[in-house]
Write a protein that binds this ligand. Structure first.
Ligand code: AMP
Length: 402
């Protein structure tokens, strides 16, 4: 029988997240996380999905090679090591695929070179992704390894949505355009939303609101992305946990010329010390809600700014799509924070949008509708599953033929 397991690797600069799935029924076999790679206090936490048993090991893990070896050892404990005959492929999350990669791609030297060429537009993410890929390829050179790009779903955006209104020659020379991110999530959630409505993805227009620590919105027409809120980098768009989202670019000139800050300091300010955190000192929506309940005005204002921006994007994408069948909330905040969902559509009855208070308050794991019965536009909570999407795309590419 053909091998049916897919290992999904998400390699960050100091962490590796992994999941092993059996694609016969898309079930999880194991999940885990290696954290603080390169420090003395590294840690690997491994969970056997069937039993929920976890194993944890603390102690220095020097680099990604050591991290993947530790992952392989953990999997081998359960007879599922990297040498398992059941393993069909490894699927790698790659953040930036530029304009070149619109599909999941089997990795070879040319693909590695192209991912490397994109480092200037993804200086934090692509080097870490590459390290993970190279290490996994060294461990299993014979196994198909597939890159699944965060940007791929957005390559269908038309030029009027993808281009910034700057000098075209300069934009092209430096590959400056709107690429968008969280693509595997937007792809998965828009498709699951169609399924929830009992309709084919080709027939449905959806606004997906991926609200996690990073946050992005997308307008999906008939299963194809036509606009998304993140741009050249994940900094553009919605108010996020620590990122500012949209702002007048002149703020940057002002901070440099008048504020005396260096470009690196401004980069850190906008990516790591802005958004909800910059506004109120907290980036966790649970903490912000707790503070609002206690009457904290700063937390309230941060929430209101967050919601105001979200509403503007809902309105914008409504206009881009012309007809909207559903709005889907997903990721940590979107799936869990009922007050955010309620506030985001409050006052938008004119657009056919409303949430039912009781349905919105229900907690649950699966996709569910929270709009009132008979609503013109469905409002849904659709949990995202980026690992499953990466595994599905990887297996579709290599699994069945091997
Ligand atoms: P993610 O990036 O998708 O993992 O989302 C992480 C964020 O989700 C956290 O920073 C929290 O702000 C938010 N979050 C997680 N659980 C809850 C919850 N129960 N209520 C409100 N926000 C939550």
């Amino acid at each position: 029988m053909s091998p049916t397991h897919v290992l999904v690797l998400n390699s960050g600069s100091s962490s590796v997240k992994y999941q092993l799935l059996d694609m016969r029924d898309s079930s999880r076999l194991a999940t885990g996380l290696v954290e603080r790679i390169g420090e003395q206090t590294s840690r690997i936490k491994h969970t056997v999905a069937a039993t929920g048993d976890t194993r944890e090991q603390n102690g220095p893990i020097a680099d990604h090679q050591a991290a993947l070896k530790a992952v392989a050892e953990e999997l081998a404990w359960d007879g599922l090591g990297l040498d398992s005959p059941e393993l069909a492929a490894i699927g790698h999350r790659v953040v930036h695929g530029g304009m070149f990669f619109s599909e999941p791609t089997v990795i070879d030297d040319a693909v590695l070179t192209e991912i490397e060429r994109l480092i200037p537009v993804a200086p934090l993410h692509n080097p870490a992704n590459l390290t993970g890929i190279r290490t996994a390829m060294a461990l299993r050179p014979d196994l198909p390894q597939v890159a699944v790009f965060d940007t791929a779903f957005h390559t269908t955006m038309p030029e009027q949505a993808a281009r910034y209104a700057i000098d075209t020659k300069i934009a092209d020379r430096h590959r400056i355009r709107r690429y968008g991110f969280h693509g595997t999530s937007h792809a998965y959630v828009s498709r699951e939303t169609a399924r929830l409505l009992g309709r084919a993805p080709e027939d449905v227009n959806v606004i997906v609101l991926h609200l996690g620590n990073g946050a992005s919105a997308s307008a999906v027409r008939g299963g194809r992305c036509v606009d998304t809120s993140m741009g050249l980098t994940p900094l553009e768009g919605l108010v996020m946990g620590t990122r500012s989202g949209d702002l007048d670019p002149a703020v940057i000139f002002h901070l440099e010329r008048v504020g005396g800050m260096s470009m690196d300091e401004i980069d850190t300010l906008l990516n790591k010390r802005s958004g909800l955190f910059g506004l109120c000192g907290d980036n966790d929506m649970r903490e912000i809600q707790r503070r609002i309940d206690e009457g904290d005005a700063q937390a309230r204002l941060a929430f209101d700014i967050y919601i105001h921006r979200l509403k503007k994007y809902i309105g914008a994408y409504y206009a881009v799509l012309g007809r909207v069948d559903a709005i889907a909330f997903t990721a940590g905040v979107g799936e869990n924070a009922a007050p955010v969902r309620e506030a985001a559509v409050a006052g938008l009855e004119g657009l056919g949008l409303a949430v039912d208070g009781d349905l919105n308050a229900v907690r649950g794991d699966g996709p569910r509708l929270i709009s009132p019965a008979g609503a013109r536009v469905a409002v849904a909570v659709v949990p995202t599953d980026e690992e499953l999407e990466i595994a599905t795309q990887t297996y579709a590419l290599v699994g069945k033929g091997s």
